[in-house]
Write a protein that binds this ligand. Structure first.
Ligand code: ADP
Length: 210
């Protein structure tokens, strides 16, 4: 497999790029989607979260109330550390299982990881960063994702800076233009992805080196 890391700050358009790459035939392994799957009612992960953070993180249907959980960890560093300690290993294991399935194929596999700059991975065939100005990300998150500008800014401030993210990029997608322009860039990057080397057997594992 050719293993490509895809990252971008919240609101950069990473999910949109990921969907376009899937249309080209990439196998997308999406860290956020896996996290959501593992947090469904009935999943062991949700039970552990309730044990640690209390039943107030559930809504009336017994589903995870992401806003309630976010509110707890946003103001409490220890809670955030615990959350990461609980969630990351399970999500990591599921991502590894999905990569192992692809290891000996010729597929292009995209590891879609919001915090790739913060949590680097071993031996990737390449890294793509989706980049936009912070103000534009805030504007799109408010307009299309129903987020207040204040919330959007706080979330962006909690992530790696644009510079830190750009420093790990082999290819940068500038998403400050139209969706049409974005699509054009994704087509170009897809051609580049196809030229990359196959990944080594241990590729994709988390590394401690920051
Ligand atoms: P991310 O996954 O990085 O948080 P999304 O892909 O969800 O970002 O994009 C944020 C919002 O902006 C979405 O509603 C998406 O449809 C919209 N969007 C993405 N790229 C563009 C673009 N080039 N022009 C207009 N809207 C866009």
């Amino acid at each position: 497999m050719i293993l490509i890391g895809l990252t971008g700050g919240i609101g950069s358009g990473k999910s949109t790029v990921s969907a376009l790459l899937a249309e080209h035939g990439a196998i997308v392994i999406d860290g956020d989607a896996i996290t959501r799957d593992l947090q469904r009612p009935g999943e062991p992960l949700l039970k552990v979260l309730v044990e640690r953070f209390g039943p107030e993180i559930l809504n009336s249907s017994g589903e995870l109330d992401r806003g309630a959980l976010a509110a707890i960890v946003f103001t409490d560093k220890e809670a955030l550390t615990d959350l990461n300690k609980i969630v990351h290993p399970l999500v990591g294991k599921e991502m590894e299982r999905r990569m192992a399935e692809q290891r000996h194929t010729d597929n292009v596999v995209v590891l879609d990881i919001p915090l790739l700059a913060e949590n680097p991975r071993k031996g990737l065939s390449g890294v793509i960063v989706v980049d936009i100005e912070t103000d534009l990300a805030v504007q799109r998150l408010s307009a299309f994702r129903n987020m207040s500008a204040q919330d959007a800014r706080a979330r962006i401030a909690n992530q790696a800076s644009r510079e830190t993210r750009l420093a790990i990029a082999d290819q940068v997608i500038d998403n400050s233009g139209s969706l049409e322009e974005l699509k054009f860039q994704v087509d170009r990057v897809w051609e580049w992805m196809l030229t990359r080397d196959h990944a080594a057997n241990d590729a994709g594992a988390a590394t401690d080196a920051l």
